[in-house]
Design a protein around this ligand. Structure first.
Ligand code: URA
Ligand code: SF4
Length: 259
């Protein structure tokens, strides 16, 4: 897909979201919040759901949690325009309550379709509900700051998932803000790792599922391209200011090193 095609496909999803009535959150919302960002980005951030300010503006992470998110991104030299930011539910739960399972399920196709269009290399989950969508059964206190292969059924067909605390939780608890700064510092290395995996997959695609049609004497199958689940990136690999020279794919040594 070209950039223009991706932009148009994302806008088509966004306009469906803006008029969606698939769950009860449509009754109390002011504006739905489809998400926004660079249609060519390699990194998608997924929050929980719009809050008070987002509901009024129709844009994700524009309140206080958004302020912290922007600071976290700035700590690795990124701006919010460089990534795509969206949420598990696109309409504000009343009183900022947690989204209900049936609301999450009703809204899930929009996130899946956004991920299919964006085909990100990295999905950063923000908070428990987003984590649960990509890493079912995981516990945030254990998985924050770690990397896992995305299940392609999420729409992210070849991505690494990186879990973080929700910025609103980090605002409430200084220790979590500190941990979030440490966690986000690992995102650039996660992106480099995902690029390597994606390049390997592109060079030797996984065989299509289905009956094995190889002749019985065709010899051993080609070695699998997939080295398996990505190991946790060692803290030593994670550098807040990843050197552009370390990334042969970066042709632009400006501040947007990784894009
Ligand atoms: N919290 C979220 O999870 N998402 C937003 O867009 C804003 C606050
Ligand atoms: Fe539709 Fe999602 Fe909003 Fe529910 S939360 S009304 S499913 S866009």
């Amino acid at each position: 897909m070209t950039r223009g095609e991706r932009r148009a496909a994302l806008e088509a999803i966004a306009s469906e979201v803006r008029s969606c009535t698939r769950c009860r959150l449509s009754e109390s919302r002011t504006l739905a919040v489809p998400g926004e960002g660079d249609p060519d980005t390699e990194v998608v951030l997924v929050g929980e759901g719009p809050g008070f300010n987002e509901d009024r503006e129709g844009r994700p992470f524009v309140g206080r949690a958004g302020g912290l998110l922007v600071r976290l991104l700035a700590s690795i030299g990124w701006q919010r325009e460089d990534v795509f930011i969206t949420n598990v539910v696109k309409c504000r739960p009343p009183e900022n309550r947690d989204p209900e399972p049936d609301e999450i399920a009703a809204c899930a196709p929009y996130l899946r379709r956004q991920l299919e269009v964006l085909d990100p290399a990295v999905v950063v989950t923000l908070g428990r509900h987003s984590m649960a969508t990509f890493l079912p059964g995981a516990r945030i206190g254990q998985v924050h700051g770690t990397t896992h292969p995305a299940d392609p059924s999420t729409g992210a067909r070849d991505a690494l998932v990186f879990a973080m605390y929700h910025p609103a939780a980090a605002l409430r608890t200084p220790a979590l803000e500190h941990e979030s700064l440490e966690d986000v510092a690992r995102v650039p290395a996660t992106l480099l790792r995902s690029r390597e995996l994606r390049a390997a997959h592109a060079a030797a695609p996984a065989p299509a599922a289905g009956p094995d049609t190889r002749a019985p004497d065709a010899g051993p199958a080609a070695p699998a391209a997939d080295p398996g689940p990505a190991p946790d990136l060692a803290p030593a690999l994670a550098s807040p200011a990843l050197d552009a020279a370390a990334d042969p794919a970066a042709d632009d040594a400006s501040q947007l090193t990784l894009f």
